[in-house]
Design a protein around this ligand. Structure first.
Ligand code: PGA
Length: 252
Protein backbone atom coordinates (compact mmCIF):
# COMPACT_ATOMS: atom_id res chain seq x y z
CA UNK A 1 0.00 0.00 0.00
CA UNK A 2 1.32 3.44 -0.82
CA UNK A 3 2.28 5.65 2.07
CA UNK A 4 0.95 9.01 3.09
CA UNK A 5 3.71 11.59 3.19
CA UNK A 6 3.96 15.08 4.62
CA UNK A 7 7.17 16.79 3.55
CA UNK A 8 8.31 20.24 4.63
CA UNK A 9 10.32 22.18 2.06
CA UNK A 10 12.12 24.79 4.12
CA UNK A 11 13.55 26.54 1.04
CA UNK A 12 16.18 29.20 1.97
CA UNK A 13 14.90 29.55 5.54
CA UNK A 14 16.05 28.51 9.03
CA UNK A 15 19.59 29.06 10.27
CA UNK A 16 21.41 26.44 12.34
CA UNK A 17 19.68 27.36 15.58
CA UNK A 18 16.23 27.35 13.99
CA UNK A 19 16.99 24.04 12.27
CA UNK A 20 17.87 22.37 15.58
CA UNK A 21 14.79 23.78 17.26
CA UNK A 22 12.34 22.79 14.55
CA UNK A 23 13.79 19.29 14.19
CA UNK A 24 13.48 18.81 17.94
CA UNK A 25 9.88 20.01 17.99
CA UNK A 26 8.87 17.80 15.07
CA UNK A 27 10.59 14.76 16.58
CA UNK A 28 8.63 15.25 19.75
CA UNK A 29 5.32 15.49 17.91
CA UNK A 30 6.08 12.37 15.88
CA UNK A 31 6.83 10.43 19.04
CA UNK A 32 3.56 11.51 20.60
CA UNK A 33 1.36 10.78 17.62
CA UNK A 34 2.45 7.18 16.83
CA UNK A 35 2.17 7.57 13.08
CA UNK A 36 1.69 4.35 11.17
CA UNK A 37 1.21 4.83 7.49
CA UNK A 38 2.45 8.42 7.35
CA UNK A 39 6.03 9.48 6.63
CA UNK A 40 7.25 12.85 7.84
CA UNK A 41 10.10 14.50 5.95
CA UNK A 42 11.87 17.84 6.27
CA UNK A 43 14.14 19.45 3.69
CA UNK A 44 16.53 21.97 5.28
CA UNK A 45 19.18 23.95 3.38
CA UNK A 46 22.37 22.15 2.33
CA UNK A 47 24.46 23.64 5.15
CA UNK A 48 22.10 22.34 7.82
CA UNK A 49 21.45 18.88 6.37
CA UNK A 50 24.13 17.08 8.37
CA UNK A 51 22.83 18.55 11.61
CA UNK A 52 19.24 17.64 10.74
CA UNK A 53 20.28 14.07 9.89
CA UNK A 54 22.18 13.70 13.17
CA UNK A 55 19.37 15.14 15.21
CA UNK A 56 16.67 13.01 13.63
CA UNK A 57 18.45 9.71 14.30
CA UNK A 58 16.38 7.19 16.24
CA UNK A 59 13.26 9.04 15.18
CA UNK A 60 10.83 8.52 12.32
CA UNK A 61 11.66 11.95 10.97
CA UNK A 62 13.34 11.73 7.55
CA UNK A 63 15.59 14.34 5.96
CA UNK A 64 15.66 15.38 2.31
CA UNK A 65 17.86 17.72 0.28
CA UNK A 66 16.17 20.41 -1.79
CA UNK A 67 18.30 19.87 -4.89
CA UNK A 68 21.51 18.26 -6.19
CA UNK A 69 23.80 18.38 -9.21
CA UNK A 70 23.65 15.67 -11.84
CA UNK A 71 27.41 14.99 -11.95
CA UNK A 72 29.13 12.88 -9.32
CA UNK A 73 32.03 15.33 -8.81
CA UNK A 74 34.15 17.83 -10.71
CA UNK A 75 34.53 21.49 -11.58
CA UNK A 76 31.02 22.69 -10.77
CA UNK A 77 31.55 25.57 -8.38
CA UNK A 78 28.83 25.88 -5.78
CA UNK A 79 27.20 22.53 -6.48
CA UNK A 80 26.52 19.40 -4.39
CA UNK A 81 26.47 15.82 -5.68
CA UNK A 82 24.36 12.79 -4.82
CA UNK A 83 27.47 11.16 -3.38
CA UNK A 84 27.95 14.02 -0.94
CA UNK A 85 24.34 13.82 0.18
CA UNK A 86 24.59 10.08 0.73
CA UNK A 87 27.85 10.52 2.57
CA UNK A 88 26.19 12.58 5.29
CA UNK A 89 23.22 10.24 5.55
CA UNK A 90 20.65 11.98 3.36
CA UNK A 91 18.45 9.45 1.57
CA UNK A 92 15.92 11.67 -0.23
CA UNK A 93 16.20 14.56 -2.67
CA UNK A 94 13.59 16.99 -4.01
CA UNK A 95 14.02 17.55 -7.74
CA UNK A 96 12.21 19.83 -10.19
CA UNK A 97 10.72 22.30 -7.75
CA UNK A 98 9.10 25.15 -9.68
CA UNK A 99 11.48 27.65 -8.08
CA UNK A 100 14.42 25.66 -9.47
CA UNK A 101 12.74 25.60 -12.87
CA UNK A 102 11.84 29.32 -12.84
CA UNK A 103 14.87 30.96 -11.19
CA UNK A 104 17.66 28.52 -12.02
CA UNK A 105 16.66 27.48 -15.52
CA UNK A 106 16.11 23.79 -14.78
CA UNK A 107 14.58 22.10 -17.81
CA UNK A 108 12.92 18.71 -18.20
CA UNK A 109 16.06 17.44 -19.95
CA UNK A 110 18.32 18.53 -17.10
CA UNK A 111 15.89 17.04 -14.59
CA UNK A 112 15.98 13.71 -16.42
CA UNK A 113 19.76 13.71 -15.84
CA UNK A 114 19.36 14.60 -12.17
CA UNK A 115 16.76 11.86 -11.78
CA UNK A 116 19.17 9.31 -13.24
CA UNK A 117 22.00 10.47 -11.00
CA UNK A 118 19.82 10.31 -7.89
CA UNK A 119 18.53 6.83 -8.68
CA UNK A 120 22.02 5.56 -9.57
CA UNK A 121 23.00 6.64 -6.05
CA UNK A 122 19.94 5.03 -4.48
CA UNK A 123 18.46 8.33 -3.39
CA UNK A 124 14.69 8.48 -3.24
CA UNK A 125 13.26 11.35 -5.28
CA UNK A 126 10.39 13.72 -4.59
CA UNK A 127 9.79 14.88 -8.14
CA UNK A 128 7.90 18.18 -8.48
CA UNK A 129 6.00 19.56 -11.44
CA UNK A 130 2.92 21.66 -12.12
CA UNK A 131 1.37 24.13 -14.51
CA UNK A 132 1.47 27.92 -14.44
CA UNK A 133 -1.63 30.06 -14.18
CA UNK A 134 -1.62 30.85 -17.91
CA UNK A 135 -1.61 27.12 -18.68
CA UNK A 136 -4.63 26.54 -16.49
CA UNK A 137 -6.49 29.55 -17.90
CA UNK A 138 -5.89 28.18 -21.38
CA UNK A 139 -7.09 24.72 -20.30
CA UNK A 140 -3.65 23.24 -20.91
CA UNK A 141 -2.87 22.07 -17.38
CA UNK A 142 -3.06 18.36 -18.14
CA UNK A 143 -0.93 18.63 -21.27
CA UNK A 144 1.73 20.59 -19.40
CA UNK A 145 1.84 18.18 -16.48
CA UNK A 146 1.88 15.17 -18.79
CA UNK A 147 4.84 16.52 -20.74
CA UNK A 148 6.78 17.41 -17.57
CA UNK A 149 6.34 13.85 -16.27
CA UNK A 150 7.04 12.16 -19.60
CA UNK A 151 10.14 14.21 -20.41
CA UNK A 152 11.82 13.75 -17.06
CA UNK A 153 10.68 10.27 -16.00
CA UNK A 154 9.35 8.10 -18.80
CA UNK A 155 12.77 6.90 -19.92
CA UNK A 156 12.86 4.95 -16.63
CA UNK A 157 11.91 1.33 -16.09
CA UNK A 158 8.95 0.47 -13.86
CA UNK A 159 11.23 -0.53 -10.99
CA UNK A 160 12.52 3.02 -10.62
CA UNK A 161 9.12 4.13 -9.33
CA UNK A 162 9.75 2.30 -6.07
CA UNK A 163 12.03 5.25 -5.32
CA UNK A 164 9.98 8.09 -6.72
CA UNK A 165 7.33 10.20 -5.05
CA UNK A 166 5.47 12.67 -7.26
CA UNK A 167 4.53 16.16 -6.10
CA UNK A 168 1.95 18.07 -8.09
CA UNK A 169 2.45 21.75 -7.34
CA UNK A 170 0.48 24.19 -9.49
CA UNK A 171 2.79 27.19 -9.74
CA UNK A 172 -0.07 29.63 -9.19
CA UNK A 173 -0.72 28.10 -5.75
CA UNK A 174 2.84 28.17 -4.41
CA UNK A 175 3.40 30.79 -1.73
CA UNK A 176 0.40 32.74 -2.97
CA UNK A 177 -2.15 31.75 -0.36
CA UNK A 178 -4.23 30.44 -3.23
CA UNK A 179 -4.83 26.69 -3.15
CA UNK A 180 -6.15 24.38 -5.78
CA UNK A 181 -9.58 23.25 -4.64
CA UNK A 182 -9.67 19.68 -3.32
CA UNK A 183 -11.55 18.76 -6.51
CA UNK A 184 -8.95 20.39 -8.75
CA UNK A 185 -6.21 18.52 -6.87
CA UNK A 186 -8.08 15.21 -7.07
CA UNK A 187 -8.79 15.63 -10.81
CA UNK A 188 -5.14 16.29 -11.55
CA UNK A 189 -3.89 13.52 -9.28
CA UNK A 190 -6.25 11.03 -10.95
CA UNK A 191 -4.97 12.20 -14.33
CA UNK A 192 -1.35 11.74 -13.17
CA UNK A 193 -2.10 8.24 -11.92
CA UNK A 194 -3.78 7.36 -15.21
CA UNK A 195 -0.79 8.71 -17.14
CA UNK A 196 1.44 6.42 -15.06
CA UNK A 197 -0.95 3.48 -15.49
CA UNK A 198 -1.02 3.90 -19.29
CA UNK A 199 2.76 3.63 -19.41
CA UNK A 200 3.62 1.27 -16.55
CA UNK A 201 0.38 -0.48 -15.61
CA UNK A 202 -1.98 -0.19 -12.67
CA UNK A 203 0.26 -1.85 -10.14
CA UNK A 204 2.97 0.77 -10.52
CA UNK A 205 0.48 3.62 -10.75
CA UNK A 206 -1.28 2.53 -7.57
CA UNK A 207 1.97 2.18 -5.64
CA UNK A 208 3.30 5.71 -6.24
CA UNK A 209 2.52 8.38 -3.64
CA UNK A 210 1.34 11.61 -5.25
CA UNK A 211 1.61 14.70 -3.05
CA UNK A 212 -0.13 18.01 -3.52
CA UNK A 213 1.77 21.24 -2.88
CA UNK A 214 0.74 24.87 -2.91
CA UNK A 215 -0.42 26.83 0.14
CA UNK A 216 -1.37 23.77 2.18
CA UNK A 217 -2.25 24.89 5.71
CA UNK A 218 -3.80 23.34 8.81
CA UNK A 219 -7.15 24.78 7.72
CA UNK A 220 -7.27 23.12 4.30
CA UNK A 221 -5.08 20.02 4.68
CA UNK A 222 -7.77 17.66 5.87
CA UNK A 223 -10.07 18.24 2.94
CA UNK A 224 -7.28 18.03 0.36
CA UNK A 225 -5.80 14.88 1.92
CA UNK A 226 -9.22 13.25 2.05
CA UNK A 227 -9.24 12.91 -1.73
CA UNK A 228 -8.63 9.40 -3.03
CA UNK A 229 -5.56 10.16 -5.12
CA UNK A 230 -3.94 12.72 -2.83
CA UNK A 231 -1.36 10.93 -0.67
CA UNK A 232 -0.06 13.90 1.25
CA UNK A 233 1.55 17.25 0.77
CA UNK A 234 4.73 19.15 0.06
CA UNK A 235 4.53 22.08 2.41
CA UNK A 236 6.42 25.36 2.14
CA UNK A 237 5.41 28.28 4.36
CA UNK A 238 3.43 26.26 6.90
CA UNK A 239 6.38 23.87 7.37
CA UNK A 240 8.41 26.57 9.09
CA UNK A 241 6.24 26.46 12.18
CA UNK A 242 6.21 23.20 14.15
CA UNK A 243 2.62 23.60 15.29
CA UNK A 244 1.24 24.30 11.83
CA UNK A 245 3.37 21.60 10.23
CA UNK A 246 2.24 19.01 12.70
CA UNK A 247 -1.37 20.06 12.45
CA UNK A 248 -1.01 19.22 8.74
CA UNK A 249 0.53 15.82 9.56
CA UNK A 250 -2.36 15.24 11.93
CA UNK A 251 -4.81 15.86 9.10
CA UNK A 252 -4.30 12.17 8.31
P1 PGA B 1 3.85 26.83 -0.06
O1 PGA B 1 5.05 26.14 -0.87
O2 PGA B 1 3.28 25.78 0.84
O3 PGA B 1 4.51 27.94 0.70
O4 PGA B 1 2.87 27.31 -1.07
C1 PGA B 1 4.94 24.83 -1.36
C2 PGA B 1 6.19 24.44 -2.09
O5 PGA B 1 6.82 25.30 -2.72
O6 PGA B 1 6.62 23.26 -2.06
Amino acid sequence: MRKNIVAGNWKMNNDLKATKKLVKQIRKSIKKSELENTRVIVAPTFVNLATAVKRSKKSKLEVAAQNMHQASNGAFTGEISADMLKDIGVKIVILGHSERRAYFGETDALLAEKVDAALANKLEIIFCFGEELADRKAGNEEAVVESQIKNALFHLGADAFKNIVLAYEPVWAIGTGETASPEQAQDMHAFIRKTLADKYGNEVADSVSILYGGSVKPANAKEIFSKADVDGGLIGGAALNAKDFFAIVDAF
